[in-house]
Design a protein around this ligand. Structure first.
Ligand code: BG6
Length: 510
C-alpha cells in the first residue's frame, strides 16, 4: 500500500481519543466535525470514544449539549440518528490545566500523589480509561505548546501511556529552534518518535496530496521539473480575515511563525522533493527533510534583500491590526509584528540551482487563496509574437484544482494571435465525492498509525533552523513592518522583491 493511504484495512481499531483543549476553538470548529464525518463514513469503530479535557467543569451531558448546539448545523438532515450515536461517544473530563502547567514550567516539583492527581482531573481520566488498555489511545494536544511537555509527563505519571498510545501535537511547535528542541526532548522522553504525530493541517489538504500524485504518478512532468525548464515557483497563502480576538497569540507569532515555518515550507518541500525511492512510510519524510536542509540560509544583510514584512492598516472600513478587537491594548510587540511576509528562498541542490521559490502570506488581503504556481521558462526561440511562458497552478483553496496555462491560437483567418488558455481540472466538478476537510484525513491517519503526512522531529527543527536567522534579523531592525492598507496585496516591498528580476506575483486574471 502507498505510504500516502490509510486504507480501511488499517482500521478501524477501537480507539480512545483524548483531546486536550477539547472545548476550544480548534476542537469545536475542526476536530469534532472531522470526527463526526469519520464516524459517518465508518472510520470509527462502534466502541471508540472521544474524551474532551478542559477546565470547563462540564459534565458529559453539558459537553454533548454544547457540541450539539455548535456543530449540529453541519449534520445532514438525513443523519440525525448517526449524529445522536456520535454524541453518545463524547465524554468530558475537567482538568486543572492552569495550575499544572504553571507549576511544571517554572521547574516546580510535582504534586504527583493520588489525591493531588485526582483533584486536578487526571484521576478521573485514569478511571475512564481503566480496563481499556488494549485500545489505541490517542492524546491530542490542541493546547498551547508550553503544555506539551507537562501534559506528557502527567500522562506518564498517571500510568496512562500504553504501548498503543500516540500523541498528536498541534502547531506552533515552539517559537524558535531552541524552544522546539526543548518540546521535542520533553515529549520524546515519554513517547517514541513513531508515536508522535506533529500536525500541519496543510498536509491534509486534498490538493497537497494531489501534488504528489501529479508529480509521481504521471510521467510527463518529472523530466521538466527542474531548473532547466522552471523559471521560478510562487507559493501563496492569502487570507481575507484579520486577527480579531487573536492578539494575545498573534503579537508573539506573526506571519513567519504562524504560516511560513510550517504550512508554506511544507508546500515548498513537497514541490521540491526528489521522488521517494521506497514505498515505506518514512520515504516521503526522508526526502522532505533533505529539501529543508538544502534551503540556502538567509542571514545578515541578505534578510533585508530577500524578505519583506508588512502590517495591515485600516482602510475601506476595515480595521488595522492595531485596531482589531482585543482584550488588551496594543503594545510594542503589536506594533512590530508582521501580518504579511514575502520571502525569496532558494533550494541549493542540483535540481533547483538558481530557481527562486517566492513565498508569500498575509492577513486582510483582497482574496482568500492558497496556491502553488510553477512558472516555466519561455520557449528558447519563438516564431510568434506575443507568447507567454507556461504556468502550472495548483489551487489548494478555494475550489481545489490544477490548471496548466498553455499558449493557443485565437481562431481566425488573419494574423496568428496567441493567448494563454487554461487546461483545467476542478476536483469539485470532476469528482462528485465530498472533498474531506484536512483534519478528517489527518485524524484518519493518526488512528491508522500512518505518520507520512506528519512532521518528523528533524523536519520541524530543520525548518526552524532556516527561520531563526530571519527572526533574529527582524528583531534587531529598528524599522517597523511596512504598512499596507487592509484589502490589498501587501506592501510595495513585496512587489519589488519580484519586480527587480522582472517577475510579478501571480494574480487571478493576470
Ligand atoms: C493556521 C493559522 O495554522 O492556519 C491561522 O494559525 C490561519 O492564522 C490558518 O488563518 C489558515 O488555514 P486555512 O486552512 O484556512 O488556510
Amino acid at each position: 500500500m502507498s505510504p500516502l493511504s490509510s486504507s480501511p484495512a488499517d482500521h478501524p481499531h477501537t480507539a480512545d481519543l483524548v483531546v486536550f483543549g477539547g472545548t476550544g476553538d480548534l476542537a469545536m470548529r475542526k476536530l469534532i466535525p472531522a470526527l463526526y464525518h469519520s464516524d459517518r463514513d465508518g472510520r470509527l469503530s462502534p466502541e471508540s470514544r472521544v474524551i474532551a479535557m478542559s477546565r470547563g467543569g462540564l459534565t458529559d451531558a453539558d459537553f454533548r449539549g454544547k457540541v450539539d448546539a455548535e456543530v449540529r448545523d453541519q449534520v445532514p438532515a438525513d443523519d440525525q440518528a448517526g449524529w445522536q450515536r456520535f454524541l453518545g461517544r463524547l465524554h468530558h473530563v475537567s482538568v486543572d490545566v492552569g495550575r499544572d502547567v504553571a507549576g511544571r514550567n517554572t521547574g516546580g516539583g510535582t504534586d504527583g500523589g493520588t489525591g493531588g492527581t485526582d483533584r486536578r482531573g487526571w484521576g478521573a481520566l485514569a478511571r475512564l480509561l481503566a480496563g481499556h488498555e488494549q485500545r489505541d489511545r490517542v492524546f491530542y494536544l490542541a493546547s498551547p505548546p508550553r503544555t506539551f511537555g507537562p501534559f506528557c509527563r502527567e500522562l506518564d505519571e498517571a500510568g496512562l501511556v500504553t504501548p498503543r498510545s500516540r500523541v498528536v501535537l498541534e502547531k506552533p511547535l515552539g517559537h524558535d529552534l531552541t524552544s522546539a528542541q526543548r518540546i521535542n526532548d520533553e515529549v520524546g522522553a515519554i513517547f517514541d518518535e513513531r508515536q508522535i504525530f506533529r500536525i500541519d493541517h496543510y498536509l491534509g489538504k486534498e490538493t497537497v496530496q494531489n501534488l504528489l500524485v501529479l508529480r509521481f504518478a504521471n510521467a510527463f512532468l518529472e523530466p521538466i521539473w527542474n531548473s532547466l525548464w522552471i523559471d521560478h515557483v510562487q507559493i501563496t497563502a492569502a487570507e481575507t480575515v484579520g486577527t480579531p480576538g487573536r492578539r494575545g497569540y498573534y503579537d508573539h507569532a506573526g506571519a513567519l511563525r504562524d504560516m511560513v515555518q510550517n504550512h508554506l515550507l511544507q508546500l515548498l518541500t513537497l514541490t521540491a522533493m526528489e521522488p521517494p525511492a521506497r514505498s515505506d512510510r518514512e520515504a516521503v519524510r526522508d526526502e522532505k527533510v533533505k529539501v529543508l536542509q538544502a534551503l540556502r540560509p538567509i542571514t545578515g544583510t541578505e534578510v533585508e534583500r530577500f524578505t519583506v514584512r508588512g502590517q495591515y492598516v485600516g482602510a475601506d472600513g476595515m480595521p488595522g491590526y492595531l485596531d482589531e478587537p482585543a482584550s488588551t491594548p496594543p503594545t510594542e510587540a503589536s506594533r512590530r509584528v508582521e501580518t504579511f511576509t514575502a520571502i525569496r528562498a532558494e533550494v541549493k541542490n542540483w535540481r533547483w540551482a538558481g530557481v527562486p521559490f517566492y513565498l508569500r502570506t498575509g492577513k486582510r488581503m483582497p482574496y482568500r487563496r492558497s496556491e502553488i504556481v510553477v512558472q516555466f521558462k519561455d520557449v528558447p526561440h519563438s516564431i510568434y509574437p506575443g507568447g507567454a511562458p507556461n504556468r502550472l497552478v495548483l489551487r489548494l483553496q478555494p475550489e481545489e484544482g490544477i490548471r496548466l496555462d498553455i499558449m493557443a491560437k485565437i481562431p481566425g483567418a488573419g494574423e496568428v494571435t496567441l493567448k494563454p488558455v487554461p487546461l483545467s481540472l476542478s476536483f469539485g466538478e470532476t469528482f462528485s465525492a465530498r472533498v474531506p476537510e484536512a483534519y478528517e484525513r489527518l485524524l484518519t491517519d493518526v488512528l491508522a498509525g500512518n505518520p507520512t503526512l506528519f512532521m518528523r522531529r528533524d523536519e520541524v527543527e530543520a525548518a526552524w533552523r532556516w527561520i531563526d536567522p530571519i527572526l533574529h534579523a527582524w528583531e534587531s531592525q529598528a524599522e517597523l513592518p511596512e504598512p499596507y492598507p487592509a484589502g490589498t496585496t501587501g506592501p510595495a516591498g513585496a512587489h519589488e522583491l519580484l519586480g527587480r528580476s522582472g517577475r510579478a506575483w501571480h494574480e487571478e486574471g493576470a
